[in-house]
Design a protein around this ligand. Sequence first.
Ligand code: GAP
Length: 438
Amino acid sequence: MNNIFEKITSLAKRRGFIYPGSEIYGGLAGTWDYGPLGVELKRNIKEQFWNTMVYARDDVVGVDAAILMNPKVWEASGHLKAFSDPLVECKSCHKRFRLDEIGLEAKGCPECSGEFTKPKAFNLMMETHLGAVEGEKQKTYLRGEITQGAHVNFKNILASNRVKIPFGVAQIGKAFRNEITPGNFTFRSREFEQMELQFYIKPDKKEAERQMKYWKEERLKWYVSLGISKKNLRFREHESEERAHYAREAWDVEYQVSDQEWKELEGIHNRGDWDLRRHSEFSGEDLSYFDEEANERYIPWVIETSGGVDRAVIFFLMDAYEEEKLKGNDERIILKLHPKLAPYKVAVFPLLANKPELVKLARKIYEDLRKEFTAVWDDRGNIGKRYYSQDEIGTPYCITVDFDSLEKKDVTVRDRDSMKQKRIEISKLGSYLHGKIL
Ligand code: GAP
């Protein structure tokens, strides 16, 4: 198995990070379920996003808006008209493809060499219907981006918080797109999560340039601070015909998947006054802002950072994944996840499962540590196997309680990456791990 996507997909399923959605019924294309380890990794990513983007700043507040919105929102946002991918259909087998994936020059369908139809726009919004009575049901949509939940609350946020431009609204939540070709594991799903910032600024070109530069750097720094190698990240600017309908300027943070391939991780956009202006027009509410310092009223511009949580999960996993050759013929699979992201921070083992005095002390240490850290217990097989099993899921520290522990009141702490072992006094374990993990 050479393809890194295949390796990550297989590890993710084997160890309980991510499973195909509704698998026992044959699955449902473009849907995925997070297992016990995946849910921890994903929660950790979201928590780090919130820590950096909201708690560490004075100029950002959070929202958690509804997935279902008045359908007029999507008229105003332009998604009903313009949120589409160009699609071609094979005239012979009727399979559909994204034109941007298959290439403009493609003439025959790759699977049956049938001819393609002319490209047509395929809207990505997912319809749903509210209400119980047939015929009276109201058609609306599952949100195609979480963004609009911030913009429709702009007035509420101004009125209920002491915020002044420039300020931002952060949000994390599910979005839905009727993707033509879901695939590459969770990379292109039909239901996925986004983590976003909508940052409101003065309508000024120089200010927009400054803020774009600032937020691009901030977002890159965030990924690097959580362990992604800088060399595997780059920015790519969108050509004008590639830009979404709302964007005046658009950059992708891309991750290097292989020598030949980079893939989009996050989008950073200058949305100008598109959202607030359109919502003012369509709702009839005045969404302008009075700037007391400048003594002027204007519709703010928006600089947006929009990351995919699921894509972050994939690329954090990919970047952390290593197959390491050890002495002799041994090898291990290791996830060098940043300790802040690792599903379990620490694993605790009694050296032997059939020695009650070891089990009792190890259990006590485990119970104490889990008050502070996500911890896992393992007493199966031998110590070597337990270490490898934890390496594969990225647990940064393993603690073994042995016979010396009973007398000397210390334990072995084994470091995932260096495999080095150290004796640490039991009474100092908490502060030792604190320094290393949090
Ligand atoms: N509000 C702006 C916006 O939604 P986008 O570039 O369409 O911009 C932002 O999406 C991010 O959401 C992408 O960079 C990607 O990480 C994630 N994303 C988009 N479509 C996705 C899909 N079908 N599956 C998984 N993640 C997706």
